[in-house]
Design a protein around this ligand. Structure first.
Ligand code: DGL
Length: 269
């Protein structure tokens, strides 16, 4: 039988596309609906209460579509209050923080794990709290890297300037001797080459995108809502709150296929 409704994902911009890519890889029979809140990007420097308000609005919109699962494909939004979002829906709802921690726990050898994220994610203490719950024996080192999302959204992720910024942000984590680094922002896998280059080959990078897609499969398998037939026709739909053209261009490049995006005007600015 199966369920051929779509999986809905959202982020402040293109970062959540790293999760979309992984969903396409790991769950090729699933359709997705994506929302990029580009008019209100970035979320990282905003107060958590404001981010939660944005998320509620996006969830309300997405739930008017034919969807079966919701993924908060943004660490900053997850950190601002996954438990609050659960009260807004009866659908399975996944964040991107816990999957990454479980993967780090499985892979670290020396017990020293780093996490990098936006200012909002790191200052929220959400990673620290989840580590204490899931992996209390690991030593956690965290570092905010606020400029990374701006570099990615402006298609500057592979430039010498990006490498210079990465060297500055990542040097305390290198000095701490971590062997595993969680990319605690869905934009960061798009800078993975630069980050790996700075950290060196012995540090394992954990992409929360990859782990979240894996956990999504597990949750949907358990609930028996995976789509059992191949997707007929269009497998993805993209919405943005800002101008569609800018997003369309970068998203097509990142996904390696030409996509169309539609603008939806949200209330709060
Ligand atoms: N992609 C978002 C995250 O995972 C953050 C980008 C932003 O600051 O809006 O945290």
């Amino acid at each position: 039988m199966g369920d051929n409704k779509a999986i809905a994902l959202f982020d402040s911009g293109v970062g959540g596309l790293t999760v979309v890519k992984e969903i396409f890889n790991q769950l090729p029979a699933e359709k997705i609906i994506y929302f990029g809140d580009t008019a209100r990007f970035p979320y990282g420097p905003r107060p958590q209460k404001q981010v939660r308000g944005f998320v509620f609005e996006i969830m309300d919109f997405l739930q008017t579509q034919d969807i079966k699962t919701l993924i908060v494909a943004c660490n900053s939004a997850t950190a601002a209050g996954l438990e609050h979002y659960r009260e807004r829906t009866d659908l399975p709802l996944l964040g991107v923080i816990e999957p990454g921690i479980r993967a780090a726990l499985a892979r670290t050898r020396n017990g020293k794990v780093g996490v990098i994220g936006t200012q909002g994610t790191i200052e929220s203490g959400a990673y620290g709290a989840a580590f204490r719950r899931i992996a209390p024996d690991l030593k956690l080192y965290s570092q905010a890297c606020p400029l990374f999302v701006l570099l990615v959204e402006n298609d500057l992720a592979g430039t010498p300037e990006a490498r210079q910024v990465a060297r500055v942000y990542l040097s305390p984590l290198k000095d701490a001797g971590i062997d595993t680094l969680i990319l605690g922002c869905t934009h960061y896998p798009l800078m993975a080459d630069v980050i790996q280059g700075v950290m060196g080959p012995d540090v394992t990078l954990i992409s929360s995108a990859e782990e979240t897609a894996r956990e999504t499969r597990e949750v949907m398998e358990k609930k028996q809502i995976l789509n059992s037939s191949a997707v007929n026709g269009c497998r993805s739909r993209f919405f943005v709150s800002g101008p569609a053209g800018v997003f369309q261009e970068l998203a097509s490049k990142l996904l390696g296929e030409s996509i169309r995006a539609y603008q939806i005007i949200l209330n709060q600015q």
